[in-house]
Design a protein. Structure first.
Length: 202
């Protein structure tokens, strides 16, 4: 498989790897990874990185031009799908589309990244607060789960880093605290400067 993979690098530094799979026909599948930076960046801008990581989870909630339903409808029209995973390391975007719809889908994905709904001044604060409560409830729901506790214990054993390191494994209380304090006024300036394609893979 590695021999059939075409690797290159774009002028902005993005690392690209493409693999043709005739068996899947016109279907296209891919992953985009955008990193917040390196360990030195986290050490200097740790709180900003944490805010950007949390904000990334809102990317599928709409854009400045489309609400969540309109975004979902457009993805369906383009026979495409997107899953976004956001963490302390950066954004991971898994997508699927077709050759026919790739140009339009690429523009839509760009819109999602550059004009997320929370950057719009008209984004309702009540939706933001509801989203925060959903996240906190989800974290609390697993607080006493045996499986969750076991996973956390294993993760801490495998990643024994201090709280100042992005690889540090947080406790339930530590996970909830940033969500409680998060505000739109905090997210917007951070997002405007954090994500980028200068350190990325496609």
């Amino acid at each position: 498989m590695d021999k059939r993979t075409v690797k290159s690098q774009l002028p902005n530094g993005t690392q690209v790897a493409l693999l043709a799979r005739p068996a899947v026909g016109d279907a296209l599948q891919g992953t985009v990874r955008l990193y917040w930076g390196n360990l030195a960046d986290y050490t200097e801008f740790g709180s900003r990185v944490r805010v950007a990581a949390m904000a990334g989870e809102l990317l599928t909630r709409g854009t400045a031009k489309r609400d969540q339903k309109q975004l979902t409808d457009e993805l369906n029209r383009l026979q495409s799908g997107v899953n976004v995973y956001s963490g302390m390391g950066g954004l991971t975007i898994d997508f699927k589309t077709t050759r026919q719809h790739w140009p339009a889908f690429a523009l839509l994905l760009t819109e999602m990244l550059r004009e997320p709904v929370f950057m719009s001044p008209t984004f309702p604060s009540r939706i933001f607060e509801t989203w925060k409560l959903e996240k906190i409830a989800s974290i609390n729901a697993n607080r006493d789960s045996g499986e969750s506790l076991a996973q956390s214990a294993v993760a801490r054993a495998l990643s024994p880093y201090p709280a100042t390191d992005p690889r540090y494994v947080v406790s339930t209380d530590e996970a909830i605290s940033p969500w409680t304090a998060l505000s739109l006024d905090e997210i917007r300036p951070v997002w405007a400067h954090s994500p980028g394609a200068n350190v990325s893979q496609f």
